[in-house]
Design a protein around this ligand. Structure first.
Ligand code: DGL
Length: 280
């Protein structure tokens, strides 16, 4: 039994879709969520920069918050840094890409699957590699969707602008006649309504959230790290590197519940070395 929190991070609000699924499945677990809103979006940045940010944040979560596990609640960071984090951090690290591939392959009956993600994730080839490893029969059509993340971060997920952009960006996926669309960015579940409107009712939208939550449970149990004390109230901490008031308001909206105060951490205080003294 281990009551230490699980650390989650994303470029901003998107990873909350993963946090919500983990909270549902594992209500006894405490969490620390870091949204790097000062440096979002990650999807248009070089992979080396995203890997550096990921390592800084994950190290901070381990060092300062003593997290027992890291969930990389961001596809772009999973594509850029999962191996690095697994090599360098002393705690188990869970990514979101393989979970999404598993979920989509199970759901699709025609094996024609669409993938939408950030420019960085599509360009990294991480999904293409993972599909060819786990489900080589899949005919995959990939499409980057620049602009989607910004809609979520500005609280405009359910607006006419979102529908107009979705209609334009999803055209190649519609043409490919897929039966399943994998949301390969953790921000995209928050755009499910405009995306589903464009794709039509016959296409099943799949995210990696639930499958990632199962993976987290599996890793916790396998490593003897699960929180099992039912008498203990789990804690949650939210951190943003950007504007905390905006983060708190949008996060509460997306999660559909109140969250406590959001802590501010300046990105300039994050370094990628272990054993540093972290300022809060
Ligand atoms: N939510 C992220 C992902 O899953 C990052 C989006 C971004 O910052 O571009 O890829």
């Amino acid at each position: 039994m281990d009551s230490r929190p699980i650390g989650f991070f994303d470029s901003g609000l998107g990873g909350l879709s993963i946090l919500a699924a983990v909270n549902d499945l594992l209500p006894l677990e405490s969490s620390v969520y870091f949204g790097d809103t000062d440096r979002y979006p990650y999807g248009s940045k070089p992979q080396e920069d995203v890997a550096e940010f990921a390592f800084q944040i994950a190290s901070y979560l381990v060092e300062v918050h003593d997290v027992k596990m890291i969930v990389v609640a961001c596809n772009t960071a999973s594509a850029a840094a999962l191996d690095l984090l697994r090599e360098r951090l002393g705690v188990p690290v869970v990514g979101v890409i393989e979970a999404g591939v598993r979920a989509a392959s199970i759901v699709s009956s025609s094996s024609r699957i669409g993938l939408i993600a950030t420019v960085g994730t599509v360009g990294s080839g991480a999904y293409q590699r993972s599909f060819s490893e786990f489900a080589s029969e899949v005919d995959l059509t990939c499409q980057a969707c620049p602009g989607f993340v910004e809609l979520v971060e500005s609280g405009e997920a359910d607006t006419e602008s979102a529908r107009i952009l979705a209609r334009r960006l999803l055209e190649p996926i519609l043409d490919a006649k897929v039966d399943t669309l994998l949301l390969g960015c953790t921000h995209y579940p928050f755009l499910a309504r405009p995306i589903q409107d464009v794709m039509g009712r016959d296409v099943i939208l799949v995210s990696s959230s639930e499958e990632t939550a199962f993976e987290v449970r599996h890793m916790l149990e396998g490593n003897g790290l699960a929180a099992t004390d039912e008498a203990r109230i789990p804690s949650e901490v939210f951190i943003s590197s950007g504007d905390c008031t905006t983060f708190g308001r949008l996060a509460a909206n997306l999660l559909g519940r109140n969250i406590g105060n959001v802590i501010h951490v300046k990105t300039s205080t994050l370094t990628s070395g272990y054993g540093q003294r972290w300022e809060r």
